[in-house]
Design a protein around this ligand. Structure first.
Ligand code: LLP
Length: 415
């Protein structure tokens, strides 16, 4: 085993006693993020793609402690908004290690990013529409630009996260060479980019391979590029019996499909870096026996972890408080007044009782980031684990936080 640790960290690999004591100390629901695992995941990526430029797609988890860890581990930051650029800068990423991927960017984002670029002229901006170039140059931008292509092929764990081939993202690939020619007078064209989608598994490799092949052809057709970015999307196993992605095989397939090019390969995974570094702890509020099932009501809901409600995503769940109890078939549901607020159905779980603490696995990616205050539910805190032990990285929101925008509305006119 290299310093990159095992290829996968399952829910059962977490220290049960430690998680129980964290729930006891910090309350629930509670996100726990292990920074050492973030480091290991970064290292495995760098080992699999030693010749490539590897960025972390910040959107998966923007917490400062995670960003600092990723920076230290040698990955750059791929940011999807002005806010993410701001957070990357605040975490210490220098401009030359930040890429901003503009997706239908609001004017305020462009204003902000261009003003940041003025102080950090090595920052790269990726555009997915011809008119975004004009919107940048009219703001004075003449820096490093990357063109995002719609490669016409995509993949992902759900249609809602299959990006490649969707008209929203990127310039149709056959138009990119002529756009490249047009923009070269105004900006420094440094790369091309495409992203297939999120949660690519071993079975989806054919789409990834085809995307990379098309991007290699594109980079050769344009010529003189610094990099060709083939996106992120590397999947992690959510089911306990699912094998981990063979990263070396993905890297080999990527190199093979790219072919010879002077442009450096670039990848930008998000989920792979943080998914199995995070767990969500939640306490049982209610246990209700009904003819079809045992309903287990917990204090986390779709407002805490949206993925099951939004994508029917599977997350492993265990009852930390009862490692040895018999299992029963359960429906595990949150406190939100919506039918989709269900984490699992027909799920075997050690027979739960009120007050038990459940752990929900692979909560590090798109967990806290997609949390909301729907139903006026405050968002949970996040505790990070590092060499110095646990510390609160984001505090628990209060009911006062939830209503504060109304309370202070008169102090902040809409514009
Ligand atoms: N690059 C671009 C341009 C992206 O849009 C994304 C993700 C990534 C990289 C990173 O993809 P990853 O390696 O994390 O799969 N909320 C969804 C995932 C949405 C992903 C959006 N874009 C989920 O929870 O499954």
């Amino acid at each position: 085993m290299s310093d990159g640790g095992p290829a996968v960290r399952r829910l059962s690999d977490w220290d049960r006693e430690q998680l129980l004591s964290l729930a006891d100390e910090f309350g629930s629901p509670l996100y726990v993020t292990d920074l050492q695992r973030v480091r290991e995941n970064c290292l495995r990526l760098r080992e699999a793609f030693p010749e490539a430029h590897v960025s972390y797609a910040v959107k998966a988890h923007t917490g400062k402690a995670v960003l600092e860890t990723v920076l230290d581990a040698g990955l750059d930051a791929e940011c999807a908004s002005a806010g993410e650029v701001e957070r990357a800068l605040a975490a210490g990423f220098p401009g030359n290690r930040i890429r901003y991927t503009a997706v239908n960017p609001p004017a305020a984002d462009l204003d902000h990013v261009v003003s940041r670029w003025e102080d950090n002229p090595e920052m790269t901006v990726t555009v997915g529409a011809e008119d975004t170039v004009g919107r940048l140059t009219e703001r004075g931008f003449d820096g490093r630009l990357c063109l995002r292509a719609n490669p016409g092929v995509g993949a992902g764990h759900h249609e809602k996260v299959t990006t490649g081939g969707h008209a929203k993202f990127g310039i149709p690939i056959d138009r990119v060479p002529s756009v490249a020619e047009d923009v070269r007078d105004d900006v420094e064209l440094v790369g091309v980019h495409a992203h297939a989608g999120s949660g690519i598994s071993g079975d989806d490799l054919s789409a990834h391979r085809e995307l990379v092949r098309r991007m290699g052809d594109l980079a050769r057709a344009i010529g003189g590029l610094e990099f060709v970015d083939v996106g992120g999307g590397f999947g992690v196993p959510y089911h306990d019996d699912e094998p981990p992605l063979d990263l070396a095989a993905v890297a080999d397939a990527t190199r093979d499909a790219l072919g010879d090019t002077d442009a450096q390969l670039a990848v930008e995974p998000g989920r792979y870096v943080v998914a199995d570094a995070g767990v969500l702890l939640s306490a049982v509020n209610t246990v209700k026996e009904v003819p079809e099932t045992t309903v287990v009501g917990i204090d986390a809901g779709m407002t805490t972890l949206l993925r099951p409600a939004m994508y029917d995503a599977y997350h492993a769940i265990s009852n930390l408080s009862r490692p040895d109890a018999d299992t029963v078939s359960t429906t595990i549901a949150g406190p939100v007044c919506e039918t989709s607020d269900v984490f699992a159905e027909d799920r075997p779980l050690a027979r739960p009782a009120r007050g038990d603490v459940l752990a929900i696995g692979n909560a590090g990616a798109y967990g806290y980031e997609m949390a909301s205050t729907y139903n006026s539910r405050p968002r949970p805190p996040e505790v990070v684990l590092d060499d110095d032990g646990p510390r609160v990285a984001r505090r628990r929101e209060t009911l006062d936080d939830v209503v504060t925008l109304e309370r202070t509305a008169s102090e902040h006119p809409p514009n």
